[in-house]
Structures are given as C-alpha cells and as structure tokens.
Ligand binder design. Structure first.
Ligand SMILES: C[S@@+](CC[C@H](N)C(=O)[O-])C[C@H]1O[C@@H](n2cnc3c(N)ncnc32)[C@H](O)[C@@H]1O
Length: 311
C-alpha cells in the first residue's frame, strides 16, 4: 500500500446529507474517551472518519440500509488500490462521450451492483444524491458540469480512509437498530437519519423512508441502557422547517447548528441559510464538569452553534 500523503480527513466520496462540514463541531461534544463510535446511518461515514483521524474513538461500527454502499466501504477498507484502479478505468473511459458513459455505468450498476460503478456514479451524479425508481433502480442523472474527482486525488482519499478503517472497523448493512445491540456506556452512537422533509414524500432521495416511532423507541432504549448518543435531526432552510422535533420525553438536549448556505437555494438564486438540529444525551453536555450552564456558554462560543436548552 502507498504511504498516506493526505494531511486531512479523507472523504472518498461526496454524499447528500454528509456531515463532513459539521464533523468538527459534532466531535467537540464527544466525551474525552470513547471506545467505539456507532454510525448506523453512515452514508459517507464523514463523522467516523473524522473521529478516527482525530483519535476521538478507538473503533467504529459503520452501517447503512443501502447494502451496495456498505459493500463499497468493505472494498475501500480491504482493497483501496483495486477500487482506485477500477474507478480510474471508468473515469478515463468517459472522456470521449461522458453522457453515454454515465448511462452505461448506471445500467451496469443496476445489473451487477459493483462498488466501483457506485463510486463513479456518486462522483458524477447530481448533488451526490442517490435516488431510486419504484423498482429500486438507481435513476439519478449525471451532473454534466463536471467529470468527477480525478483518479489520483481519489486514490489518496481511498488509501487514507483504508488506513483509518483497517483493524478498527466493523462494516455491516441493514436497519440501524440491529447495528446497535452491543453499544454500551463506554461507546457513543451517532444517528443521522434521512430528513423528514424528504423521506416521507414521493421524492426517493434515500433508499427507504424511516418510521419515526421506530427511531424514537430505539433512542429511548439507548437512553435506558446509558449509551451516550448524538442525533442529527432535520432543521430548517430559510423559512422552511423540516418536520416536528424529536419527542421531548426522550430527555435529549437540543442544539441548533448553523450549517452554512443552502447549495440547493443558491442554485435557484436564493441565499438561504441552513440550520441543523443536534440532540445530545444529557451526559454529553457535562464533559466531566456536570454543569449544563458551562456547556451552554461554551457552545454559544463555538462557531455557529446556538443551543436551545429546554427548561
Ligand atoms: C442523512 S444520510 C447520512 C449521511 C451521513 N451522516 C454522511 O455523513 O454521509 C441518511 C442515510 O440513512 C440511510 N438509511 C435510511 N433508512 C435507514 C435505516 N432504516 N437503517 C439504516 N440506514 C438507513 C440512507 O441510506 C442514508 O445513507
């Protein structure tokens, strides 16, 4: 394997809803020692890669319902050079006729579910967002303004991600709740479910909708077991809010994080700011001080984070 020359957190692919930009803010709420970080809605695993890179946890459990994505993560961890070669092949082959080539790779992915095809599609598709038709076929269009990340750059990200994940990760596919059975009070669970604004509509932005009651009862169970947890759950963009809060009875502390300008609004000429809600289990607001007020002022000073602590 090549030496890792990347001097930052690797991110092998963009992914709609990625927490890459918010990762350092979210990491700042981690307890001083975390054994295993569970990321059961992992997508691009932005938080897990950041946590391993900054040594904020010893191990990670990555899970997502989208099985081909988790097969890709396994290949990235176990054979990053092979994945990089396969991506380079697809990237170069697009040069004479990018539009036709994208459609061929999409067709090939829908038939064979190969990881390198998915990686190429993620690098080329509109808003890095996976969308499916009613038959479960990937049907997102290509973004024709770009050809996707260049192979040598992607190779560096793949190799660096593999170095972080080797011997420190369990990778699985399935429903989030099943991935959390062994989480304990020494661990931390980060939940980043699909947005309510998109998961309950005809807009198939994610592979499946999510039952809110299922999510809340899983959170209640983790709270009962004393497992520290952080949940990203919707928020608002401009005037538009995406659905109701998590149930107050869960006893989580809600913060509002400023996530920057909405790229979707910018595309249509608006300049809406987006805000994401972050819910913390109470032990994470103490940081060993046992003082919510101290945490409240500290988080107010963090860039863009303004806590809304329920009374
Ligand atoms: C908002 S995205 C997560 C983004 C991720 N945090 C990142 O940084 O890229 C939500 C993910 O949840 C997955 N998902 C949807 N329903 C699920 C379920 N029931 N169990 C596990 N994963 C699910 C989707 O496939 C999608 O990848």
């Amino acid at each position: 394997m090549q030496p890792n020359l990347l001097k930052r957190v690797p991110h092998p692919f963009a992914y709609q809803g990625s927490k890459r930009k918010l990762a350092s803010t979210i990491l700042s709420y981690f307890p001083p020692r975390t054994h295993c970080l569970y990321e059961p809605f992992c997508g691009s695993a932005a938080l897990s890669l950041a946590a391993l890179y900054h040594r904020r946890c010893s191990r990670v459990v990555l899970n997502d319902l989208f099985a081909p994505l988790m097969a890709l993560w396994t290949e990235i961890r176990d054979a990053p050079e092979r994945v990089a070669d396969a991506y380079a092949e697809r990237w170069l082959a697009q040069i004479p006729a990018p539009r036709e080539h994208y459609l061929q790779v999409r067709e090939s992915f829908n038939q064979r579910k190969e990881g390198a095809d998915l990686l190429f599609l993620l690098s080329r598709c509109v808003k890095a967002s996976v969308r499916f038709n009613h038959q479960g076929q990937f049907n997102q269009a290509a973004d024709h303004r770009r050809l996707g990340v260049r192979p040598p750059t992607l190779r560096q990200h793949l190799v660096a991600a593999a170095q972080l994940l080797t011997d420190r990760s369990v990778i699985r596919a399935g429903d989030f709740a099943a991935a959390l059975a062994e989480a304990s009070s020494e661990d931390l669970v980060y939940l980043d479910p699909p947005y309510q604004g998109t998961s309950q509509t005809r807009d198939h932005r994610y592979i499946a909708g999510l039952n809110r009651h299922h999510l809340e009862s899983c959170i209640a169970d983790l709270m009962k077991r004393g497992v520290p947890l952080i949940v990203s759950f919707d928020g608002r963009c401009g005037e538009k809010t995406f659905g109701p809060d998590l149930a107050a009875e869960l006893g989580l502390i809600k913060l509002t994080l400023h996530a920057g300008k909405s790229s979707q609004s910018t595309l249509v000429g608006r300049h809406d700011e987006t805000f994401e809600s972050l819910y913390l289990s109470p032990q994470l607001t103490h940081h060993g001080k046992g003082d919510l007020q101290a945490e409240r002022s500290a988080s107010q000073q963090r860039e863009g984070a303004s806590p809304e602590v329920p009374s």
